[in-house]
Design a protein around this ligand. Structure first.
Ligand SMILES: [Zn+2]
Length: 472
């Protein structure tokens, strides 16, 4: 008996010591953040704080010669860590100024610094690379948002959900937001516009110009954008002197100035129902190409000219993308499966703008049309349960909007708008889940909203259409 006890004690001591030694040893940062739909997006072991993306663009080849510097903080002692990065020839990887070794496998770039990184310390990774964005890349999730895209008269960047890693090395998940500096050099005829504010424009000795943009508000990687074309800049002052700058194709400036005439009024209206506009600037970049989409790139919304011109619903799209600055960009997703928190909210907020500007009948007409469509559609899924390969299906947008509309009809306007404001205020500049929203809705209304919201968000079949009587 005694002997046995001593043996047990010894082995316990040994395993404690062994575990302690293992914890002390620097570890490998994980190659993903465990998103249920995209487990390899993002990386563990560190938090990115700031990206400086410096690049020279060649308009003839679409080649970029780039250096991206990531300032990050280690969450643990790291012997190696990953960035998401696809394509390009990498020339150097430096960690804190010292050459590091690296390996690549599809979109994972694994970096081993010369000496391990210490927990809680800030470090700087510099990757210099060269190539044509997207060339020889086959592992995109999406068919349209592939990152850096060349079109006949310029370049746009749209990356939702995973295109960012195909133009800069990045911790590519909304859970790790960061601020950005863009230093973009283009041939003299072009203008380069990116997120945030233009801080300098330098005409170089060769026939190029360098535009430096600072985006001080943290943003998710898929919202980083660069737009290059022969643009006209149109500026205005928004609510509280918010800087508004639009970049329009030079030959379409007049028509587009008209299309975007209500831009500032829409921001002012959303401020009254949600809270102050979250960022340092606002505006649109219009790419003169048929895109069939717009994207809520933070502070500088991307529109295809087909969406912005010659289409009666342009203002609805503008309201939708502006609504994303609050819901999607400031309150970010914690997992991609909850995409309805972006799209259902932006869709319903664009309906609220319609109600505000054209009256309640207009809202009802649209919501009824959506319901009729959803009740017949075989392709629309429950908003909070979209298939991984069809994240952006109509159900996410239209039934997501209906979930909010049904909640509003049930609790009344005063409580509904209180729910919106409270949810926004609690999760702004951060991340939220569907469960977070349901919990705020229940807390603010003082009654459990899970049954109602689960029906609209998760049931296969759309719930019966409620009677649309508005309560104060
Ligand atoms: Zn949207």
């Amino acid at each position: 008996m005694k002997k046995f006890t001593i043996l047990v004690v010894l082995s316990v001591l040994l395993s404690v010591q062994f575990a302690a030694a293992q914890d002390d040893a620097p570890q490998a940062g994980s190659s993903g953040l465990g998103d249920p739909y995209f487990p390899d997006l993002g990386n563990g072991g560190y938090d990115a704080e700031h990206y400086t993306i410096s690049l020279i663009w060649d308009d003839e080849t679409n080649n970029i010669e780039a250096t991206t510097t990531v300032l990050a903080k280690a969450n643990l002692d790291l012997i190696t860590f990953n960035l998401d990065f696809g394509g390009f020839d990498i020339e150097h990887v430096l960690v804190d100024g010292t050459e590091a070794t690296f390996t690549r496998e599809e979109r994972e770039l694994a970096i081993t610094p010369a000496t391990p990184l210490r927990q809680d310390e800030t470090f700087e990774v510099m990757v210099s690379y060269n190539g044509v964005p997207g060339e020889d890349v086959s592992d995109y999730y999406d068919v349209f948002a592939r990152g850096w895209m060349r079109y006949p008269s310029g370049v746009y960047v749209a990356s939702e959900p995973d295109g960012a890693a195909y133009w800069y090395p990045v911790n590519d998940h909304p859970l790790d937001k960061a601020s950005y500096t863009f230093i973009i050099t283009v041939p003299d005829a072009y203008t380069a516009a990116a997120n945030g504010q233009l801080v300098s424009m330098v005409d170089n000795d060769d026939p190029t110009t360098t535009f430096t943009w600072e985006a001080r508000d943290e943003m998710a990687s898929y919202l980083a954008t660069v737009n290059i074309a022969e643009f006209t800049e149109v500026t205005a002052a928004g609510p509280h002197d918010l800087p508004i700058r639009h970049y329009f194709p030079a030959d379409k400036t007049d028509e587009l100035t008209e299309t975007f005439a209500n831009f500032s009024d829409i921001i002012a209206y959303f401020e009254t129902i949600i809270g102050p506009y979250p960022f340092e600037a606002a505006g649109a970049a219009v790419a003169d190409v048929r895109l069939s989409f717009a994207l809520e790139t933070q502070t500088l919304i991307l529109f295809g000219s087909d969406i912005a011109l010659g289409r009666s619903g342009a203002e609805e799209v503008i309201a939708h993308e502006l609504a994303h600055q609050w819901f999607g960009n400031s309150v970010s997703l914690a997992q991609w499966k909850d995409i309805w928190l972006n799209e259902g909210f932006a869709t319903y907020l664009s309906m609220l703008w319609l109600e505000h500007s054209e009256g309640q009948n207009e809202l009802l007409r649209q919501m009824n049309a959506y319901y009729t469509y959803l009740a017949r559609s075989r392709r629309s899924t429950a908003p909070a349960n979209p298939p991984q390969d069809n994240l952006f299906n109509d159900g996410v947008y239209l039934r997501g909007a209906w979930a909010l509309h049904a909640l509003r009809l049930s609790v009344g306007d005063a409580i509904f708008f209180d729910i919106l404001r409270t949810y926004y205020d609690r999760f702004k500049y951060s991340n939220a889940t569907t469960a977070d929203f349901i919990s705020v809705a229940s807390e603010v209304s003082g009654e459990d909203q899970s049954d109602l919201l689960h029906g609209w968000l998760l049931d296969d079949k759309i719930p019966p259409k409620p009677k649309q009587t508005f309560k104060p």
